[in-house]
Design a protein around this ligand. Structure first.
Ligand SMILES: [Zn+2]
Length: 293
């Protein structure tokens, strides 16, 4: 599984940073996007296939997080896409999202489902999403993306010894047990150690929040709004400082903290130096940063 940062700037792009978007490549080759700011599809070139994107998770409807969707859908259409695209948006924003699609002469030619979310966990094949409310002055959610635990590989030698072969493997997978030569064998007896799933938390834009769902704790990666260094620059905006993002990472016991949505007023080095005052496991996102999990 791989996280690819496609856009890491706060509202305005810079020569180095594009507006917000994070791609996630799941183990089966499927891609998902978290937010889709202006120019996201150009950032995707050579990194993310538009045809393999199954889902787009939108944190909130500020333009720097959504206006890339139209161009991206246009490209999907030109490429002859037929596969369904699911777009997840915060509760009470469905109608706003639909207005984005009301520009002249726009059509998709494939199914698009827009689904409102608030805090209900949604299960998919092998992974799940847990949205949670954040504080950004407009309807806004963050997302925990989780991969289910998976069992270890079959112990080939042991399977041979027990006489498990060919289609017996799929029966074992399906039923969790099988009878061989009059003896019942469970799948746990012939497979390796459980492989622990992974968790990624993406806050989108938010001021510091105190309440997270239990799923967010002990995450492998926390991707947090870090728009500002100083509270003076932050003023009353609904964003976070580097310090606040680091503190949140420590509260959640995140293994790695990735600071993103960086204001154009700062150099990356300044943000890095600021983060080192509070935690060692924080890095500053840059466009095209990749993290393998
Ligand atoms: Zn915003």
């Amino acid at each position: 599984m791989k996280i690819i940062f496609l856009g890491t700037s706060a509202s305005k792009p810079t020569s180095e940073r594009n507006p917000s978007s994070v791609a996630l490549q799941y183990n089966n080759g499927e891609f998902m996007l978290f937010d889709c700011g202006e120019g996201t599809q150009r950032q995707m070139i050579k990194k993310v296939s538009p045809m393999k994107i199954s889902k787009i998770f939108i944190t909130h409807l500020h333009a720097d997080h959504i206006v890339g969707i139209i161009g991206l859908i246009q490209s999907m259409k030109l490429n002859g896409r037929t596969q369904l695209l699911q777009i997840f948006v915060p509760k009470d924003t469905l109608e706003y999202m639909k207005t984005l699609f009301s520009i002249p002469y726009f059509s998709a030619d494939f199914e698009i489902h827009i689904i409102e979310v608030f805090d209900e966990k949604i299960e998919f094949d092998g992974y799940w999403i847990k949205p949670f409310p954040v504080s950004h002055g407009v309807p806004a959610v963050g997302y925990v993306f989780g991969v289910n635990d998976s069992r270890g590989k079959f112990n080939k030698k042991l399977c041979d010894e027990l006489g498990i072969k060919r289609e017996m493997f799929s029966i074992l997978e399906k039923n969790g047990k099988i009878e061989v030569n009059g003896k019942e064998i469970s799948i746990d007896e012939v497979t390796g150690k459980l492989k622990k799933g992974k968790k990624i938390v993406y806050t989108g834009d938010t001021e510091k929040i105190e309440i997270f769902p239990e799923e967010a704790y002990h995450c492998d990666v926390l991707i947090h709004d870090s728009t500002f260094i100083s509270p003076e620059d932050k003023k009353e905006t609904y964003h976070s400082t580097v310090k606040e993002a680091c503190e949140t990472g420590m509260v959640l016991s995140a293994k790695k903290i990735v600071l993103t949505h960086i204001s154009q007023r700062y150099e990356t080095k300044e943000v890095e130096e600021e983060s080192k005052k509070y935690c060692e496991n924080a890095i500053v996102a840059e466009d095209f940063l990749e993290i393998n999990l």
